[in-house]
Write a protein that binds this ligand. Structure first.
Ligand SMILES: [Zn+2]
Length: 175
């Protein structure tokens, strides 16, 4: 068992992120739900952070991971979370950019990252917004789908597909 301090060390190849940041969950703490990934989930978390979160951080400035890994139990206790959520496999991150808007971050990912599974521009009543991004490492059973979607309050349970031009228009309107 490695010392717990290692959770606070920077992820190799992702100098602005720690494993602690990808695992912490206020909801899990509040409800006493363990939120411990297995080794495969750990590897996926490191992969998506190296391939997407850190490059975006380098280009766009500070980005906070508002949700990373969610154990299946924690995922079930998360309002609005899909039962098939990639967060359960360490393959998804919710990213809140601090220097640019969420649509700008989403646009950056789909423009500059070679591969992703889903990029979802999420907005909630009261102003919260973030980008959900998922990515499976090479050799995973399911191919990365390269989808761009949005999930806004009025969408209900739907995740309509959108395109780069729509993201660009929202990004422009906000910058
Ligand atoms: Zn998410």
């Amino acid at each position: 068992m490695p010392p717990l301090n290692c959770l606070y060390e920077k992820i190799p190849g992702a100098k602005n992120f720690t494993m602690h940041e990808l695992l912490r969950s206020a909801r899990a703490e509040r409800l006493g739900i363990p939120n411990v990934p297995d080794l495969n989930s750990c590897a996926r978390l490191i992969h998506i952070t190296q391939e997407i979160a850190q490059p975006a951080r380098d280009a766009l400035g500070k980005i906070v991971v508002s949700s990373g890994f969610r154990s299946p139990l924690l995922n079930m206790a998360t309002p609005g979370a899909s039962l098939t959520s990639a967060h359960q496999f360490g393959a998804a991150l919710d990213l809140q950019p601090k220097k640019v808007s969420a649509p700008e971050l989403a646009l950056w990912i789909v423009t500059y990252c070679e591969v992703w599974d889903q990029v979802i521009y999420e907005r909630r009543p009261g102003g919260g917004e973030w980008v959900h991004v998922s990515l499976y490492p090479p050799g995973s059973p399911a191919p990365n789908r390269m989808q761009i979607r949005r999930h806004w309050p009025k969408d209900g349970d739907d995740y309509p597909h959108i395109n780069r031009a729509q993201l660009a228009a929202w990004a422009c309107a906000r910058s």
